[in-house]
Design a protein around this ligand. Structure first.
Ligand SMILES: Cc1cc2nc3c(=O)[nH]c(=O)nc-3n(C[C@H](O)[C@H](O)[C@H](O)COP(=O)(O)OP(=O)(O)OC[C@H]3O[C@@H](n4cnc5c(N)ncnc54)[C@H](O)[C@@H]3O)c2cc1C
Ligand SMILES: NC(=O)c1ccc[n+]([C@@H]2O[C@H](COP(=O)([O-])OP(=O)(O)OC[C@H]3O[C@@H](n4cnc5c(N)ncnc54)[C@H](O)[C@@H]3O)[C@@H](O)[C@H]2O)c1
Length: 472
């Protein structure tokens, strides 16, 4: 059969860029399709702007802090236009890395339009029909907007418009005390807004309970208000104030409303239904190799069911390269999956949390805890809040939770302990939490192997495999 490409990748976020870039570097003919901004959510309205905002907020908090280490800083003067400019400079500085130009240079044909499936091997985009033996869906997710009475009639923010705010909220009401809700609540509070978080369950529900309690206590002290309850009704008063009423009978009124109650996978509007690809509760159904119910079509990153994190999207993109370019079955392995919540103090997790490990191993679980109050660098710096907890079954590490300054940077040795793999090749392929400075270790290890991985012999094999695929 005559195909226009070896692989079509739909979506130019972390998942699609990794898959497309890797396949192109092996010499495959790749079509990379992006209907919106290159870089997807992480760059444009997720990780990058949120971490830039957190950085501004941290400077304000440090300045507001009492004298420490013998030094009193001047009171902070927050200028929202400066914060806004800092956020958008961070996006602009990283954008070339994810750009059309860079991926074209890597060998991809980059098409900036919306794709639609027209058959099992064909995709229509910009008036053209592209065909390929393998297709990768990497269409991401969108903020889930819950069916709350009255919500459609009031202005509200999600991560898609939060970072474009031209004015600082006077009082930000946040529906959802998950990771977005908590990172943003602390940041806006530190920058001087009043903030109320509405959460029916435990805040930071997927994180280690002891670590989440330390963060919650810190935010209580900083003046974030927490209301226990589920948003049941929303209305806007004549003065523009937005009132959220909870199922517990509380009313909270603010100037701005942020919805942060999770994600909805993008599975509609581009022809998946017609192809008969199986869709699960919240995402495309995939096997461990990220193949959909049509085995030559892969779904990676936020659009499928599973963890939604940039480094997971990148990891699944790399696995798709192994599958498609080299023909190697690449099952996902999340036993050393790291993640980090960028509050202050930071919470970092890898593998099982204590409660997950207790449920699985019961009495056989051993938990070892070390406090930063015994860590001499922390003592010298006067920043001793937090701990490191290691979950062990026998001598084997099954998980670790760290809470404290730069917690996310401390996870790498646990990656090696959990996987039992410590060579440069393993580090080059490890899942490292995004965004951390520790990623530079993985980058250096990968650079050491890059000339071999993308060398002449692997490329010859990739080319032969591609020729065979094109025959059928
Ligand atoms: C506020 C916020 C903060 C976050 N912070 C972190 C963090 O600190 N660390 C972390 O690991 N994760 C974080 N995340 C999660 C992270 O952003 C996502 O997991 C990641 O960006 C998903 O990447 P993706 O490539 O799977 O999807 P996306 O980045 O959403 O990319 C999908 C792309 O596909 C395109 N597309 C969709 N349909 C079509 C079509 N039919 N045709 C053409 N193009 C199409 C879209 O336009 C989009 O650009 C955060 C998320 C949010 C919202
Ligand atoms: N640091 C990071 O890695 C990072 C940062 C931000 C976002 N993310 C990604 O983005 C995803 C989405 O984040 P999120 O915070 O939107 O989701 P989340 O799943 O982390 O939290 C959603 C929260 O909303 C609450 N909720 C649900 N319905 C509600 C209602 N009607 N009223 C009040 N509360 C309600 C839930 O109980 C839950 O605690 C995360 O799961 C993660 O994958 C990651």
């Amino acid at each position: 059969m005559k195909y226009s490409h070896d692989v079509i990748v739909i979506g130019g976020g972390a998942a699609g860029l990794t898959a497309a870039g890797g396949c192109a570097m092996f010499g495959l003919k790749v079509a990379l399709i992006e209907g919106n901004k290159m870089g997807g959510e992480c760059l444009n309205n997720g990780c990058v702007p949120s971490k830039a905002l957190i950085a501004s907020a941290r400077r304000a908090a440090e300045a507001r802090e009492g004298k420490r280490a013998g030094v009193q800083l001047a009171a902070p003067q927050v200028e929202w236009s400066g914060v806004h400019a800092h956020i958008h400079k961070a996006i602009a500085d990283i954008a070339p890395h994810d750009s059309e130009e860079r991926f074209t240079e890597m060998g991809c044909e980059v098409i900036r339009d919306w794709a639609k499936f027209t058959g099992k091997h064909s995709v229509e985009v910009g008036g053209r029909t592209l065909t390929a033996p393998r297709i990768v869906i990497a269409t991401g997710s969108a903020p889930f907007v819950p069916p709350v009475d009255g919500l459609a009639d009031v202005p509200y923010l999600t991560n898609e418009n939060l970072f474009d705010l031209e004015e600082q909220p006077g009082h930000l009401v946040i529906i959802g005390g998950g990771v977005i809700g908590m990172e943003m609540a602390q940041s806006f509070r530190r920058l001087g807004s009043d903030v109320t978080v509405l959460e029916p369950g435990e805040v930071l529900g997927r994180d280690d309970r002891d670590s989440a309690a330390i963060v919650k206590a810190t935010m209580d002290k900083e003046g974030v208000r927490f209301v226990k309850g589920r948003a049941a009704r929303v209305s806007q008063g004549p003065d523009g104030g937005i009132t959220v009423s909870t199922d517990g009978g509380d009313d909270v009124t603010g100037t701005h409303l942020l919805i942060a109650v999770g994600r909805k996978a993008r599975t509609e509007g581009y022809g998946l239904e017609k192809l008969g690809i199986a869709i699960g509760r919240n995402g495309i159904e995939v096997d461990e190799r990220r193949r959909t119910s049509l085995k030559h079509i892969y779904a990676i990153g936020d659009c499928r069911e599973g963890p939604r994190l940039t480094h997971v999207s990148g990891y699944e993109g790399s696995n798709a390269v192994l599958e498609i370019a080299l023909g190697l079955p690449a099952k996902v392995d999340f036993k050393a999956l790291p993640w980090c919540t960028y509050t202050e103090p930071e919470i970092a997790q890898i593998g099982m949390t204590e409660s997950e490990a207790r449920e699985k191993y019961g009495e056989k679980l051993r938990v070892v805890t070390e406090g930063f109050d015994h860590n001499e660098r922390a003592i010298a710096e006067g920043l001793t809040k937090g701990h490191t907890k290691v979950m062990l079954k026998g001598k084997k590490v099954v998980g670790a939770s760290i809470c404290g300054v730069h917690a996310g940077e401390l996870l790498l040795p646990f990656t090696q302990m959990i996987t039992g793999k410590a060579g440069t090749f393993d580090m080059g392929g490890a899942i490292v939490s995004y965004p951390t400075r520790a990623e530079i270790v993985k980058a250096a290890a990968f650079s050491a192997w890059e000339p071999i991985v993308f060398g002449a012999w692997p490329k010859r094999w990739v080319s032969l495999l591609a020729k065979i695929r094109r025959m059928f």
